[in-house]
Design a protein around this ligand. Structure first.
Ligand code: NAP
Length: 488
């Protein structure tokens, strides 16, 4: 069994950030366990046609790792190149154990160590574990009657098979969320027929994407200008919280203004436009940005299917009106198992007193500062429950947690009288009471939608309900008084 001080589960941006901060803290006895063949996380896995980020690249990057971005919104290949640049610059490739698909992690109360086991039988032990697998890493494929009888090809957007030629094929894309609105325009010109299976329309605003001009690229290379630009982008994005969290009713002005104007400008046909108007308050689901989705829907070989899916058969999809849609390929752009359901952590987690994480959460995933959970000592989450954010960068949120995680881990490793650090239940409850009280007023709970931000009872387990700098204040330090710290 391999022994480490720290095991980082996952090697996406968050896991890499933890590793870099461990290096800075002088902690070197750690490894990153990665399920995939290569490190890199989301942008290693999500290479579907059209994949790109929808936060400006200047903000969607590590604060301390500049990069000569070429576009306002970087595409998957450029973000993956950035990820690899970080991995190599910080010599993290050798720290990654790939194809390590974790089956379970168990806290050994006698040894005060986590025991980690992969599905292929590899075993590890560590004083501390940082779970950085991400909450958008488990593809969610809905159970549609007859799906297993389909004679054609099917895959999820996060499992795109580029060996499958789209040329001339009859394709259905199920779902109209962030992934779908990127895939649809990217493949529309390559396929024979494209059916976009919409269960509910989403609000879309303009993207205004373009390559960065020479002046913008120059600014990126001058540190004070880069930081100024980053602060500007961050601040403008943060203003959206006023509507999303504090004045959800004002969000209607935003939908009537920006989003409806975009829809009217891009979709002249009345009937089609009506089918694309969402019934929920903008912001309740993640606000999508696209300049080419609506135009793609109007291509002669593209059909927006709104009748709903009744079942799938050997030939394709049968809609609720009984129409048979003949297909060669079904693409599931149906999202991920986020903190809204029990599959959010893709392995068993057994903590103190034999408690399992899923039983402790009992359908409502929570954490103190999105990071720690009682009964699970020496276990830390990056981007844990209630840390998602639609208006700014998920990387900002992960970086915000480093003060807490690294300081606590340092205590465990350097102090002989610190064997366990566990968040006190009262601190956890108090933090989450405030999160849930704030969520009740927010657009995510009042906006009349269901999304991956909410669990089945409509409770927000996904989004941080407030300004991201307030999250940073809560998550950037380790307060021993809020923890049970023990030497045995
Ligand atoms: P998503 O936003 O959860 O969208 C899933 C879509 O599948 C929705 O349209 C949903 O319909 C539909 N769906 C689910 N089950 C269905 C069923 N049984 N029948 C018909 N339709 C069904 O998933 P996603 O698009 O993969 O995006 C997830 C998150 O990943 C995003 O919110 C974002 O945070 C991240 N992401 C980011 C980017 C980016 O940065 N550019 C790109 C992709 C993803 P309903 O709306 O009716 O539920």
């Amino acid at each position: 069994m391999k022994q480490y001080d720290v095991l980082i589960l996952g090697s996406g941006f968050a896991g890499l950030t933890v590793a870099i901060h461990l290096n800075k803290a002088g902690i070197s006895n750690y490894a990153l366990l990665e399920r995939e063949e290569k490190p890199g996380g989301t942008w290693q896995v999500n290479h579907y046609p059209g994949a790109a980020v929808d936060v400006l690249s200047s903000l969607y990057s590590l604060s301390f790792e500049p990069y000569p971005w070429t576009e306002r919104y970087a595409k998957q290949a450029e973000i993956l190149a950035y990820t690899n640049h970080i991995i190599d610059k910080h010599s993290l490739r050798d720290k990654c154990e790939t194809q390590a698909d974790i089956e379970n992690i168990t806290f050994d109360e006698e040894k005060n160590r986590w025991h980690v086991r992969t599905r292929d039988g590899r075993e590890y032990s560590a004083k501390a574990v940082v779970n950085s697998v991400g909450h958008l890493s488990q593809p969610s494929i809905p159970h549609i009657k007859g799906a297993d009888t389909f004679a054609g090809k099917s895959f999820h957007t996060a499992r795109w098979d580029h060996n499958y030629s789209l040329d001339g094929k009859r394709v259905a894309v199920i779902g109209t969320g962030a992934s779908s609105i990127q895939v649809v325009p990217a493949i529309a010109d390559h396929v024979g027929q494209l059916h976009v299976m919409q269960r509910s329309p989403h609000w879309i605003i303009p993207r205004h994407d373009r390559p960065l001009n020479r002046f913008e690229r120059f600014c990126q290379s001058v540190t004070p200008l880069r930081l100024l630009n980053r602060a500007w982008v961050y601040s403008i994005n943060e203003l959206r919280v006023l509507g999303l969290q504090y004045f959800p009713s004002a969000m209607r002005l935003f939908s009537n203004g920006v989003a409806m104007k975009h829809l009217r400008a891009q979709v002249p046909d009345n009937n089609l436009r009506k089918q694309l108007i969402p019934s929920y308050v903008i912001g309740c689901k993640r606000i999508l940005i696209s300049d080419d989705y609506y135009p793609a829907l109007q291509k002669p070989n593209v059909v927006l299917e709104t009748a709903g899916i009744d079942h799938i058969n050997e030939r394709g999809i049968v809609d609720s009106d009984g129409k048979q849609i003949e297909l060669d390929l079904i693409v599931y752009a149906t999202g991920f198992h986020a903190f809204s359901n029990r599959q959010c952590v893709p392995f068993d987690v057994v903590g103190r007193e034999g408690r399992t994480l899923m039983d402790y959460w009992n359908d409502t995933a929570q954490a103190y500062a999105g990071t720690t959970v009682p009964y699970f000592p020496n276990l830390f989450f990056t981007n844990g429950p209630n840390t998602s954010i639609g208006h700014t960068s998920a990387i900002y949120m992960a970086e915000s947690q480093m003060g807490y995680i690294i300081n606590a881990v340092k205590q465990l490793i350097t102090k002989s009288n610190v064997a366990r650090i566990e968040i006190k239940e009262e601190a956890y409850n108090e933090y989450n009471k405030a999160i849930h009280a704030a969520s009740k007023k927010s657009v995510w709970e009042t906006g009349n939608c269901s999304s991956w931000y909410q669990n089945q009872s409509g409770i927000n387990t996904g989004v941080y309900p407030g300004f991201s700098f307030n999250f940073r204040r809560a998550a950037n330090h380790y307060d021993p008084d809020k923890h049970l710290v023990s030497s045995t």
